[in-house]
Write a protein that binds this ligand. Structure first.
Ligand code: SF4
Length: 289
């Protein structure tokens, strides 16, 4: 069994920076993070063990200092935290800030903002919460249901696959041929690199293992993309979920991982697949005999 790793996989700089900041602050003081710092339970458990507290809502905040996650949040959220007397620390990824800035510029210039993404994702909520009027779309049906506007300003959640985003932008242009549609590509570079590498990998593998948190949007998108090119794609969050049965009959196995998956988890998964490969080889020889 041959094992391949995607050229680009695992943690991006935005997630690494957020974790570094959390570790640095945790070394000297206590604080709450509003939401999941990153969508990965292994990382979150490690931070909990160092005393970092995670609050799902304002009511659950335990300390005077509150950290905003890599996914960012609205100015409204920051203002209301500050009004309650909290010190706010931001680990918002610069590429998420770019989405906020682009949408602000659209509104200032009279464009109706449209965000391509998942409306329930914290990044998207953070982008739209400051807006009076906006639309969030993710399907052709969503585009079809839009009201006609003179000028649309379109951005994307950073972790959407760019090809799908472009399809929706074209659909919007075709749906409203008399409107001006201005699209700014805000899919982040690490997402694009991981998506492209996943396609390359899935095309040449019998089985693909995608490692990442169940709530991680970019991991889900990697699973979806790999499934287009490979029939046996498994999404696991940690090494314990890996099963020997996944690899029976496979000659080529690919490994990729979402942008919040730690390097250690990828290494453990790779080692276990190699152990499985050793176990499966004698079976294959016996079967062939
Ligand atoms: S996935 Fe992209 S936008 Fe999100 S933290 Fe990583 S680099 Fe930043």
């Amino acid at each position: 069994m041959r094992i391949f790793k995607a050229t680009h996989l695992g943690m991006c700089f935005g997630v690494r920076n957020a974790i570094t900041l959390a570790n640095k602050v945790a070394a000297t003081s206590q604080f709450s993070v509003l939401g999941e710092l990153v969508h990965n339970n292994i990382v979150l458990d490690e931070l909990r063990n160092k005393g970092v507290h995670f609050a799902n809502s304002f009511q659950e905040i335990r300390y005077d200092t509150v950290m905003i996650t890599a996914h960012g949040c609205s100015q409204k959220t920051i203002a209301s935290l500050q009004a309650r007397g909290y010190q706010v620390l931001q680990s918002t990824c610069p590429l998420v800030r770019y989405v906020h800035k682009t949408v602000r510029q659209f509104v200032e210039n009279g464009f109706h903002p449209v965000v391509i993404g998942r409306r329930d994702h914290s990044e998207v909520r953070g982008v739209v919460e400051d807006l009076d009027e906006y639309d969030v779309v993710l399907t052709a049906e969503d585009i079809f249901n839009l009201k006609e506007r003179e000028k649309y300003g379109v951005v994307s959640q950073t972790t959407q696959p760019i090809n799908y985003v472009l399809e929706l932008v074209n659909l919007l242009k075709n749906r409203f041929p008399n409107s001006e549609v201005c699209f700014v590509d805000t899919v982040c570079a690490p997402t694009k690199q991981r998506q492209d590498s996943a396609i390359e990998l899935a095309k040449q593998c019998d089985v693909v293992i995608v490692i990442g948190g169940r709530k991680s949007n970019n991991t889900k998108e990697l699973v979806n993309t790999c499934a287009i090119y490979c029939r046996r794609v498994y999404h696991i969050e940690n090494v314990d979920e890996l099963m020997l049965e996944y690899f029976i009959g496979a000659e080529t196995v690919g490994i990729t991982a979402g942008t919040s998956t730690p390097d250690e988890t990828i290494d453990l998964v790779e080692k276990k697949i190699r152990l499985f490969a050793d176990k499966l080889v004698p079976e294959a020889i016996i079967a062939a005999a």
